[in-house]
Design a protein around this ligand. Structure first.
Ligand code: ADP
Length: 169
C-alpha cells in the first residue's frame, strides 16, 4: 500500500512518531490570555512531559505578527488574523522534547475548533477558527525559525528537569 501510494503521489502521514529531540514554538493567543486559560494551556504541555525552555507575556507588534504569518499573507483573512494576534498580550513559549512538534499539534487539535477532537486544547476550549486560543509550529524547521523570531538571545534556558529519567527511558 505504501509503494502504491508513493507511485500515485498520495500524501501519507508520518506513520512512526519522530524520535528526535525537537523544539516547537507554542503561543497562547490574545483570546486565551483574556479568557484566563494561560494556566490550563501551559499545564497540558507540562503534564505531557515536555520541557519548557522559554516563557514570556508579550504585546506583539504588527510587523512581527506579519512576519510570523507571512505564508498566509495572500489569504483573505490575513488582515483580521494580524489584528487578532496584536489585539492584546500573548504568551510565548518554547518547548523541547522527543517528537514535540507533532505531539504538540495533536494536543492542540484541528485549526477549526469545531473539528478538533474532545481532549484537545481547541476541542475543549474554543469554538471558532478566528479565536482558536493557541498556536503550534507545524514542522521542526518552523519550530526553530519561530523561536528565533519571538525570543531574543538570553531569553531561553537550558536546564534538566528532575523528572527527566521518569519521562525518558
Ligand atoms: P494552524 O494554526 O492550525 O497551524 P493555519 O496555519 O492554517 O492553522 O492558520 C493560522 C491561523 O490563522 C489559525 O490558527 C487561525 O487563527 C487563522 N486562520 C486560519 N484560517 C482562517 C480562516 N478561514 N478564518 C479566520 N482565521 C483563520
Amino acid at each position: 500500500a505504501f509503494r502504491k501510494a508513493r507511485k500515485a503521489r498520495v500524501f501519507l502521514p508520518r506513520l512512526v512518531a519522530s524520535m528526535e529531540v525537537e523544539e516547537t514554538y507554542i503561543m497562547i493567543k490574545p483570546d486565551g490570555v483574556q479568557r484566563g486559560l494561560v494556566g490550563e494551556i501551559i499545564s497540558r504541555f507540562e503534564k505531557k512531559g515536555f520541557k519548557l525552555t522559554g516563557l514570556k507575556l508579550f504585546q506583539c507588534p504588527t510587523e512581527l505578527a506579519q512576519e510570523h504569518y507571512k505564508d498566509l499573507q495572500s489569504k483573505p483573512f490575513f488582515p483580521k488574523l494580524i489584528s487578532y494576534i496584536t489585539s492584546g498580550p500573548v504568551v510565548c513559549m518554547a518547548w523541547e522534547g522527543v517528537g514535540v512538534v507533532t505531539s504538540a499539534r495533536k494536543l492542540i487539535g484541528a485549526t477549526n475548533p469545531l473539528n478538533a477532537e474532545p481532549g484537545t486544547i481547541r476541542g475543549d476550549l474554543a469554538v471558532q477558527t478566528g479565536r482558536n486560543v493557541v498556536h503550534g509550529s507545524d514542522s521542526p524547521e518552523n519550530g526553530k525559525r519561530e523561536i528565533a523570531l519571538w525570543f531574543k538571545e538570553g531569553e531561553l534556558c537550558e536546564w534538566t528537569p528532575v523528572q527527566e529519567p521518569w519521562v525518558k527511558e
